[in-house]
Design a binder for this molecule. Structure first.
Ligand code: ADP
Ligand code: MG
Length: 590
C-alpha cells in the first residue's frame, strides 16, 4: 500500500509551487507546465495500463486525438458547447475502447500492443484525410472554455483547469487502487490465481483500458481548448510511443511516476532540442534517439522507473498500520456435517500423450479432512486444477454441492463456495499481507470502480479488511498484516494463501501442500487451525507430504500413484495397506 501513497509535506510543497507558476513564471514556462499536465494525464493512464494491468498500448495518442477532434469538430461546425463535446468525446471513447478492448484483450501477449498500433495508425490517417476534419490543415477557431461565465482564453487561466483535472485524476486513481477493485486490478498479472478467487480478469483489463483511454481523451479535449487549433501531427504513433516513454521513465509502479515522467521528458526534450543540433551540427529529432536509449537503460537498471529512486530522498509518511473494526460480513450457510460436498467421478486428465489423472475417484464430506497423498508427479496438483476449474478435466464428472462443475470456469466454481491454495505460492509480493488476504474476499463485496474512486465504498472496504485481518489473525499472521507479502518466508506465504482462501468463506477448501516449509510449531498451529475449521463444518481436501501431519489430522486418506486411485481408507488402514507400503511408504517404513 505504501508505494501508492505519497509523502504529505513534499506534496503540499509541490502543490504550492505549482499554484504559483501562472502568477510568476514566464509565458514560455507556463506553456511548458501546461503541456506537462496534459502529457501526465495520458501517462497516468499508461501507468494504470502498464504498471497495474501489465498491458501495453502504443495508441494512446489516438485517443488524445479523438478527444481533441471531437470537440474541435463539434464546437466549430455545430456550435456545441465545449462541455457538451467533452461528454460526447468520452462517450465515443468508451465505445471505441470497449470494442477495441473486447477484440484484443482476450488475446494474450502482443495482440493488444499490435491492436493499439493498428488503431493508432488508422485514426491518425482518418484525422489527416477526412475533409470534414480539415485534412492535414486541421481545424482552427476552436472556442475557449467558459467556466461559470469566465472565459478561460489564456494559457495562464487554463493552467488551473489542466492541473485541477490532472490532480483529480490522480486522487481518484489512487482511491480506486486502494480498494477492493484496485486490489483485483493489481493482481491481474497473476491471472490463474485471480480467476480462482472469482475475479473476472477480462473485465478488469477492459476497465483499465477504458480508464486509460478516457484520461487520454480528456487530455485531448484540454489540448484543443488550450491551442484553439488541432491538426493530426500530435496524435501520431510516434507521440503514442513518447507517452509510453514518459510512463516507463517516470515509473509505472506509482501514479506520481506519470507526472515525474512527463516533467522529465518535457524538460529534457526542450534542453536536448537546443543542445543536440549544436553538438552534432545538424538538425533532426535526435532527442528521440536519446529517449530510446534512456528508456532501455532505465528498464535495464530499474524496471520501476525513476520515481522510486527519487522517493528514496524524500522522507516517507508511514502508511496506516491499524485495521478498523467493522461489522462482520454475512456468511454462507454451511452444509450439514457428513454431507458429501464434492464428488470426483472417473476424472481423466491428459496432457498430450501423458495421462496425469487416470479415472480418479474421490469424495469429500462437510466437516471432514480428506487427505490426498502420493509420490511426486502422481497427479495430485493436476487433480486440484481439475476440481477447481483452473485446468478442466479431459473426461469424467465433478459435482460440487449437487451441481456439475467440470465444465465451469474457475471463477464460476469460486462463486459456488470452493477456494484453494497453490502449491507454488501465488501472491502479489508487493502488496501487503492484509491486501493479499483481502483478494479472497473479493466476491463478498459489491462496490464498483467508480464508487471506489469516489470513496463511496468505505463502509464495505472496512468490512472486507476487517474480515481479512480476522482470518490472518486466526492463521497466526496477526503481526504481519502490513508487511509486504514477499518479505515473508515461503512457509508463511503459504499460510497467507490459506487466509486468502478463508476470506471467501468457502464450503470446501483445497490445500496443496500447506505445511511445506513450516517449522514444527507452525505445523502444529496449522493442524489445530484445520481441525477447528473442520469442527465448524468446513470440508477440507489436502495434499501433503508430511505423513505425521496427514495421519494426525486426516479423517480419510486417498492414495494416488501414476495418476490412478491406488487406495482409500482411514489413516491407520492406509498406514498398514501393503499396496501403499510398497508403492509409497515402503521405502520409508522398511
Ligand atoms: P503431483 O502434484 O502429484 O506432484 P502433478 O499433478 O503436478 O503431480 O503432475 C502430474 C504429472 O502431470 C507430472 O508428470 C507433470 O509433469 C504433468 N503435468 C502437470 N501439469 C502439466 C501441464 N500443464 N502440462 C503438461 N504436463 C503437466
Ligand atoms: Mg503437486
Amino acid at each position: 500500500m505504501s508505494r501508492l501513497f505519497t509523502p504529505n509535506r513534499a506534496l503540499l510543497g509541490f502543490l504550492l509551487a505549482l499554484s504559483l507558476v501562472p502568477l510568476f513564471a514566464a509565458p514560455f514556462t507556463v506553456t511548458l507546465v501546461n503541456y506537462i499536465g496534459l502529457y501526465a494525464l495520458v501517462a497516468l493512464g499508461l501507468v494504470l495500463l502498464t504498471g497495474i494491468g501489465g498491458l501495453t498500448s502504443f495508441g494512446q495518442a489516438a485517443f488524445v486525438g479523438l478527444g481533441a477532434y471531437a470537440t474541435a469538430y463539434l464546437t466549430t461546425r455545430h456550435g456545441m458547447s465545449p462541455w457538451g463535446t467533452l461528454i460526447v468525446g468520452m462517450v465515443i471513447t468508451t465505445a471505441v475502447s470497449l470494442a477495441l478492448g473486447f477484440i484484443t484483450l482476450r488475446l494474450s501477449g502482443h495482440f493488444l500492443p499490435l491492436g493499439t498500433i493498428a488503431w493508432g495508425i488508422s485514426l491518425y490517417f482518418i484525422f489527416g484525410n477526412l475533409e470534414a476534419l480539415g485534412g492535414h490543415g486541421g481545424i482552427d477557431g476552436i472556442p475557449a472554455v467558459d467556466l461559470f461565465g469566465l472565459e478561460l482564453g489564456s494559457g495562464r487561466a487554463f493552467f488551473y483547469v489542466i492541473w485541477a483535472t490532472l490532480l483529480a485524476a490522480i486522487v481518484t486513481t489512487q482511491n480506486m487502487l486502494d480498494s477492493r477493485e484496485g486490489r483485483a486490478m493489481r493482481c491481474l498479472r497473476s491471472m490463474t490465481m485471480t480467476e480462482a478467487m472469482g475475479i473476472n480478469t477480462l473485465w478488469y483489463r477492459m476497465v483499465l483500458f477504458m480508464i486509460a483511454a478516457q484520461f487520454a481523451c480528456v487530455s485531448g479535449w484540454l489540448y484543443a481548448h488550450l491551442q484553439r487549433f488541432v491538426n493530426p501531427t500530435p496524435f501520431s504513433l510516434g507521440h503514442g510511443i513518447e507517452y509510453l516513454f514518459m510512463a516507463v521513465l517516470g515509473g509505472t509502479a506509482a501514479v506520481w511516476g506519470a507526472v515525474f515522467g512527463a516533467t522529465a521528458v518535457t524538460f529534457l526534450k526542450e534542453w536536448l532540442q537546443d543542445l543536440l543540433p549544436k553538438l552534432l551540427g545538424a538538425t533532426g529529432n535526435f532527442e528521440m534517439v536519446v529517449f530510446g536509449l534512456l528508456t532501455i537503460i532505465v528498464l535495464h537498471r530499474t524496471r520501476d522507473g525513476l520515481w522510486p529512486i527519487l522517493m528514496r530522498f524524500i522522507p516517507q509518511r508511514e502508511g496506516k498500520k491499524t485495521v478498523e473494526p467493522a461489522l462482520p460480513l454475512p456468511r454462507r450457510d454451511l452444509p450439514t456435517t457428513g454431507r458429501e460436498v464434492l464428488q470426483v467421478k472417473n476424472v481423466t486428465k491428459r496432457f498430450g500423450g501423458l495421462v496425469a489423472n487416470d479415472r480418479m475417484n474421490l469424495t469429500v464430506r462437510a466437516g471432514e479432512v480428506m487427505a490426498l497423498i502420493g509420490p511426486n508427479g502422481a497427479g495430485k496438483s493436476t487433480l486440484f486444477n481439475c476440481i477447481s476449474g483452473v485446468n478442466p478435466p479431459t473426461e469424467g464428472e465433478i459435482h460440487f454441492m449437487d451441481q456439475r462443475i467440470d465444465a465451469l470456469s474457475s471463477r464460476e466454481i469460486a462463486k459456488l463456495g470452493m477456494s484453494r491454495t497453490f502449491q507454488h505460492v501465488r501472491l502479489n509480493q508487493d502488496m501487503t499481507v492484509l491486501e493479499n488476504a483481502a483478494i479472497g474476499a473479493h466476491l463478498r463485496g459489491r462496490k464498483n470502480f467508480v464508487q471506489s474512486a469516489w470513496r463511496l465504498d468505505r463502509e464495505e472496504e472496512r468490512r472486507l479488511l476487517w474480515e481479512a485481518s480476522h482470518q490472518l489473525e486466526r492463521c497466526g499472521l496477526g503481526e504481519h498484516l502490513f508487511d509486504a507479502a514477499g518479505s515473508l518466508p515461503l512457509g508463511k506465504q503459504r499460510i497467507v494463501e490459506i487466509a486468502r482462501a478463508l476470506c471467501s468463506d468457502p464450503t470446501l477448501l483445497l490445500l496443496d501442500e500447506p505445511a511445506a516449509g513450516l517449522r514444527h510449531l507452525e505445523k502444529r498451529a496449522l493442524a489445530e487451525l484445520l481441525a477447528k475449521l473442520r469442527a465448524e463444518g468446513m470440508a477440507i481436501l489436502l495434499v501433503e507430504h508430511d505423513m505425521d501431519f496427514v495421519m494426525g489430522l486426516a479423517d480419510r486418506v486417498v492414495v494416488m500413484e501414476f495418476g490412478e486411485h491406488l487406495a482409500e481408507g482411514l489413516p491407520q488402514e492406509i498406514q498398514t495397506n501393503p499396496k501403499v507400503l510398497e508403492a509409497y511408504l515402503g521405502g520409508v517404513d522398511a
